[in-house]
Design a protein around this ligand. Structure first.
Ligand SMILES: O=C(O)CC[C@@H](O)C(=O)O
Ligand SMILES: [Zn+2]
Length: 553
C-alpha cells in the first residue's frame, strides 16, 4: 500500500470555507494488528488489507469484549425442533470421514467448533460436533453421499460472515468448510473470465486480478474473510453492484455437488449459452440449500485506476434521492458506488469505532452520501466529479462535502461506511434488516420505526442507495424482547406493502425462513419447496434455512 502523508488535505466542496478535516495520523482500523498477539477480528472493515483472517480471530475479538451483551436467539426464537428424521453423529461416522479426508481435516477440537458454531454477530449458535475440511470436489461428493445415506444434516460454511444465521448450524449439523479449496484454476486475460475454487477468499481473488489488470465485480466489507462460494450461494451484493450488476449476471458457470454426491458440472466460461434451462441460476442465492458450490467461473471487468471519492452531506433524504438521479445522469458510466448513511449512523460510528473522525466535523448533518467514480482518465474524471459536485451544491442538493485527495483519505471515508456493522455490534444488541425498497419509500420506514420505538431503541439507516437497498439497524443496550416484538412483523408487513423485498442481499438464512411469504407468493414458495425436495429429497442440506419447515415436511 502506498505510503501516505500523515496530514491530509481535503478539497471541500462547500463554497466559502475549507473543512477542518485534519487527521494527524492515517485513520486505520484500530481493531487490526498483524504479527503480534491476538488480532481482533472484523470482517467488515480493513478493506485495503491483504490479510487473510481465520476464524480463530473471531474468538480473540469477542472474549471479554461484548459477548456478555449478546443473546442467542437462533433456534429458540424460531421455535424449531431438530428434524426427527436426522441421525446423530457416531464414532463410525467420524472414522469414515477420517478415512476419506485424513485426521487433520476432520475437526472435533472444542475451541474450533465453538467458533464455527457461532455467527459473526453472536446471535445464532448451533451445537455441531464435527467440522470437515475437504480439499477437492471428489471429497465433497463423498462427504455428501455418506451424509445423505446416513441422514446426517449438513451446513456448508464459507467465511462465516453472514448476518442472517445462514452459515451456522441450528442443532448438530455437520459443518463443511471449503477453506482448503482456494485455488485459482484459470484466468483468461482476453475475456476476463476467472475460474476458481469456491473456498477462495474474495480479497485474495481481487489481489490476484489486480496484478492482471482486472477487478472482482463485487466488493464487500467482509472481503478479507468471505469465500467466493459463500458470496455466490448468498448472491451477495455489496458496494460495486451499482456499476457491475449482480452475481446472477457475472457468474458464468458453477460446479456444485448435490446432496446425493452427484457432481453437477455447469462450469461454463461462455458469455452466451442459450441451451435451455440455466440451472446454475438456481444455486446462486440458494444459500447452500440445494447443493454445495465447489467451483465458480466469473466474468471480471478491467481494473480502472482513476478513482475518486466524495463524502457529502445532504439536508434531507429527498436531496439524496435527487443526487442519485443526477449522479446517474451526469456521471454516467464512471459512477461506481453511491452509498448513504444518516446522522444516527454517523453518531454510532463516531461513538463506537475507534479512530474514526467525521470528515465534515463542523456540523452533524441529517444525511451523508459517498459517491465513488472509477474511470480511465484521471484529470477528466476528477474534473467531471468536481463540476458535478459544484453544480449539486449550487442546486442545493448537497450542503457540504469533501473529496479524498489520496488513498488514505479514501480509506478513512470508506471506514465510516464499512465500519457501521462493527460499530453497531459494539453498541449492544442489534436487530438487522436488509431490505429492498423503492428509493422514494426507503427512509419512510426508518422514520416510522423511530416513531414506533420512541426512546426504547436507536434506529439507524444506511445502505446501498444506488441499488435501493436499505440496511435498517435497531440498537438496544441489551437484548429486549419487547423491542423485537415492536419491530417484527411490522418491518416485514411495511416492506411487503410497499412492494419491497425482505432480503436485498443477505439472504433469508434462519432469520427470515418463516417470513418468506412477505416476498414470495404461496405458489412460488411451493415450487421452491418442490425444487428443494427434488435436489435434496432428505432435506439434509442447510436444513431450517431459506424455506419454512411447514412446506418441506
Ligand atoms: O450491517 C448491516 O446491516 C449491513 C452489512 C453490509 O451489508 C453492509 O452493507 O455494510
Ligand atoms: Zn450491504
Amino acid at each position: 500500500m502506498e505510503k501516505l502523508a500523515p496530514i491530509l488535505q481535503t478539497i471541500v466542496v462547500a463554497k466559502n470555507r475549507r473543512s477542518s478535516l485534519e487527521f494527524d495520523e492515517p485513520s486505520r482500523s484500530s481493531d487490526f494488528c498483524s504479527g503480534t498477539g491476538i488480532c481482533r477480528f472484523n470482517p467488515y472493515i480493513e478493506r485495503r488489507s491483504r490479510t487473510v483472517w481465520t476464524c480463530w480471530y473471531l474468538r480473540g475479538y469477542y472474549i471479554g469484549k461484548s459477548l456478555v451483551q449478546r443473546k442467542y436467539y437462533g433456534s429458540v426464537a424460531s421455535g424449531l425442533q431438530k428434524n426427527p428424521t436426522f441421525a446423530t453423529l457416531n464414532l463410525d461416522d467420524v472414522n469414515y470421514f477420517k478415512g476419506i479426508l485424513g485426521e487433520k481435516n476432520v475437526i472435533q477440537d472444542e475451541d474450533r467448533l465453538a467458533t464455527a458454531n457461532v455467527d459473526w454477530m453472536h446471535k445464532y449458535k448451533g451445537s455441531s460436533k464435527l467440522l470437515l475440511r475437504p480439499t477437492c470436489t471428489e471429497e465433497v461428493s463423498q462427504i455428501l453421499k455418506y451424509c445423505n445415506s446416513r441422514r446426517l444434516a449438513v451446513v456448508p460454511q464459507g467465511g462465516n460472515t453472514g448476518l442472517v444465521g445462514g452459515s451456522v448450524p441450528v442443532f448438530d449439523e455437520v459443518i463443511v468448510n471449503l477453506g482448503s479449496m482456494d485455488k485459482i484454476i484459470s484466468f483468461d486475460k482476453v475475456s476476463g473470465i476467472l475460474v476458481c475454487e469456491a473456498g477462495s477468499i474474495l480479497e485474495n481473488l481481487d489481489a490476484f486480478l489486480a496484478n492482471e489488470g482486472f477487478i472482482m465485480p463485487l466488493d464487500l466489507g467482509a472481503k478479507g474473510s468471505c469465500h467466493i462460494g459463500g458470496n455466490v450461494s448468498t448472491n451477495a451484493g455489496g458496494l460495486r453492484m451499482i456499476r457491475y450488476g449482480s452475481l446472477h449476471g457475472n457468474v458464468l458457470g458453477l460446479e456444485a455437488v448435490l446432496a446425493n454426491g452427484t457432481v453437477l458440472d455447469m462450469l461454463g466460461t461462455l458469455r452466451k449459452d442459450n441451451t435451455g434451462y440455466d440451472l446454475k441460476q438456481l444455486f446462486i442465492g440458494s444459500e447452500g440449500s440445494l447443493g454445495i458450490i465447489t467451483k465458480v467461473s466469473i466474468l471480471t471487468p478491467s481494473r480502472l485506476f482513476s478513482t475518486n471519492l466524495a463524502f457529502l452531506a445532504c439536508n434531507d433524504f429527498f436531496s439524496c434521492q435527487k443526487l442519485l438521479l443526477e449522479a446517474k445522469r451526469k456521471l454516467g458510466e464512471v459512477l461506481s458506488a453511491f452509498e448513504f448513511l444518516d446522522s444516527q449512523s454517523m453518531e454510532m460510528v463516531l461513538a463506537h469505532l475507534d479512530g474514526t473522525r467525521n470528515p465534515l466535523p463542523s456540523s452533524l448533518y441529517h444525511f451523508y452520501v459517498l459517491i465513488e467514480t472509477t474511470g480511465s482518465d484521471p484529470s477528466y474524471d476528477r474534473e467531471k466529479l468536481e463540476a458535478f459536485l459544484l453544480q449539486s451544491m449550487e442546486g442545493g442538493l448537497i450542503c457540504d462535502g469533501a473529496v479524498a485527495q489520496d488513498t488514505n483519505q479514501s480509506s478513512s471515508f470508506w471506514h465510516i461506511r464499512e465500519g457501521l456493522p462493527e460499530a453497531l455490534s459494539k453498541a449492544g444488541t442489534v436487530y438487522k434488516y436488509d431490505l429492498s425498497l423503492p428509493v422514494e419509500k426507503m427512509y419512510g420506514l426508518v422514520e416510522e420505526m423511530r416513531l414506533r420505538l420512541g426512546q426504547s431503541a436507536k434506529v439507524v439507516g444506511y445502505g446501498h442507495l444506488g441499488d435501493g437497498n436499505l440496511h435498517l439497524n435497531i440498537s438496544t443496550p441489551e437484548y429486549d424482547d419487547s423491542v423485537l416484538r415492536k419491530i417484527e412483523p411490522f418491518v416485514y408487513e411495511w416492506t411487503s406493502k410497499h412492494k419491497g423485498s425482505i432480503s436485498a442481499e443477505h439472504g433469508l438464512g434462519l432469520m427470515k425462513a418463516n417470513e418468506i411469504h412477505y416476498s414470495k407468493s404461496p405458489e412460488t414458495v411451493q415450487l421452491m419447496a418442490s425444487i428443494k425436495k427434488l435436489l435434496d429429497p432428505n432435506c439434509i442440506l442447510n436444513p431450517y434455512k431459506v424455506l419454512p419447515q411447514s412446506v418441506l415436511h
